[in-house]
Design a protein around this ligand. Structure first.
Ligand SMILES: Cc1ncc(COP(=O)(O)O)c(C=O)c1O
Length: 438
């Protein structure tokens, strides 16, 4: 009997994420990866310019992370984290809190970006309950995306993905997200920021004493199309919430670990959130793991003589030792490979190339923040319904470049191990794409 191929078996038994299985082309089978390159089953190689859904940092199959996982797997692969602990989780918590100079001091582990957000929302809600205040509303930003679990969907309800799930959502009020891009007039940016802050002020006034927290993707809204805002806006948002004692939740699931030029996006705005959510790059992109880290004051509100005030949340694989070992190895690499310096160089190349694009005058809204570069590809339709996305994806895949546009938004978000030559190769292809397809 003929052996079925992986793709045949996939077609029969697998259900892929964010995919219309009836019309989607068969998925591509990837058999191995090294550095910034993925190898497909037919031997063709693809330069991973989206860090495999924004998770990879130092390159695929980095030997030091692989080794750390292997050593940990041979010693302790998993243990329940309620009532038990282990060195990798404790060491990682210490290293992460050190990155926030102790201002964020308590680390709660979970499994992925969505659960990190879910935990943050629960923390903020119960913080008020534990203080004897009934606050149940949240503020979020238009276009924001925070994950696919029910709370995260509620906060990201305007991302455009979740209409089918509206009955599962709770009340979240939205303020506009004020965008910036390279050649945008400052007076326009300031007007948008004022508009957003006015909307925020109106919500804070209307629901005085009822708002449990506010959540934002700082500096870059990823899934909604790599939309960027200025650090100044984040500062003003923080100032308003801080004055009212309302927790600011920063969803740095995508922006964390160097993507925006600093280790964390909020450090560019010099603000300290009350709660931060981290995942994706936490393990260098090797394993699913996330953390929700909060200020000591918030943690202390959960202390009491009985269970009533405790945080009733946990997952089977909370603080999985393999994930923690990978994360520790990834943090070491930031030091030994001088990763932040490399990130600065990537940003320099992005800026040089994006500003030299031939059709700069058209409204492509060129934007760069650290290792993330994006532009709106000229298209009849905007957003995910744009047919430009699949057309662009095919154009680049044929050139061996794995780029996955968000609708008509073309972006690069490479692993930090990418070489100058490889990055220029991507920009050369974008140049060609703009002249041939727009
Ligand atoms: C900002 C942000 N928050 C949360 C999530 C959800 O993370 P996960 O897919 O790991 O659940 C994502 C995923 O893309 C994200 O970009």
């Amino acid at each position: 009997m003929k052996k079925e191929s992986i793709i045949d078996l996939d077609r029969k038994h697998v259900w892929h994420p964010y995919t219309q299985e009836l019309t989607a082309p068969p998925p591509m089978e990837i058999v191995k990866a090294k550095g910034a390159w993925l190898t497909a089953a037919d031997g063709k190689q693809y330069l991973d310019l989206i860090s495999s859904w924004w998770v990879n940092l130092h390159g695929h199959a980095h030997p030091l992370i692989a080794q750390a996982i292997a050593e940990q797997a041979a010693r302790l692969e998993q243990v329940i984290f309620a009532g038990f602990t282990h060195a990798p989780a404790v060491r990682l918590a210490k290293q992460l809190t050190d990155l926030f100079q102790g201002k964020l001091s308590r680390v709660f582990y979970s499994d992925d970006g969505s659960t990190a957000v879910e935990v943050a929302l629960k923390m903020a809600l119960q913080f008020w309950q534990n203080k004897g205040e009934d606050r149940t509303r949240f503020i979020a930003f238009e276009g924001g995306y925070h994950g696919d679990t029910a709370g995260a969907m509620s906060a990201g309800k305007s991302s455009g993905f979740f209409d089918a799930f509206k009955p599962m959502m709770f009340q979240v009020d939205l303020a506009p997200f004020p965008q910036t891009w390279l050649n945008r007039d400052v007076s326009e940016i300031e007007a948008d920021e004022k508009n957003s802050l006015d909307a925020l002020d109106a919500l804070l006034e209307k629901h005085e004493g009822k708002i449990a927290g506010a959540i934002i993707e700082p500096l870059v809204q990823g899934a909604s199309g790599m939309k960027m805002c200025r650090p100044e806006f984040l500062q003003k948002l923080y100032g308003r919430l801080n004055a009212l004692g309302i927790p600011l939740i920063l969803d740095e699931v995508m922006t964390g670990f160097g993507r925006t030029g600093k280790m964390f996006a909020h450090q560019k705005a010099d603000v300290t959130p009350d709660i931060i959510c981290l995942s994706k790059g936490l393990t260098g992109g090797f394993l699913p793991l996330s953390v929700t880290i909060c200020k000591e004051e918030l943690y202390k509100s959960f202390l009491g003589e009985n269970f009533a005030k405790a945080l009733a949340h946990g997952h089977s694989f909370t603080a999985n030792p393999l994930g923690c070992a990978a994360a520790l190895a990834s943090l070491d690499l930031f030091e030994t490979e001088n990763t932040l310096a490399r990130i600065t160089e990537i940003e320099k190349i992005h800026l040089e190339r994006i500003t030299a694009l031939p059709i700069h005058s058209k409204n492509i809204k060129p934007r760069v923040c650290g290792t993330i570069a994006a532009l709106d590809f000229p298209s009849e339709k905007e957003g995910y319904c744009s047919e430009t996305g699949p057309k662009l994806k095919n154009f680049f895949m044929e050139k061996g470049l794995m780029i996955r546009p968000l609708g008509n938004v073309l972006y690069l978000l490479p692993p930090y191990c990418i070489t100058d030559k490889e990055l220029h190769q991507a920009w050369d292809a974008i140049n060609d794409g703009l002249s041939q397809l727009s």
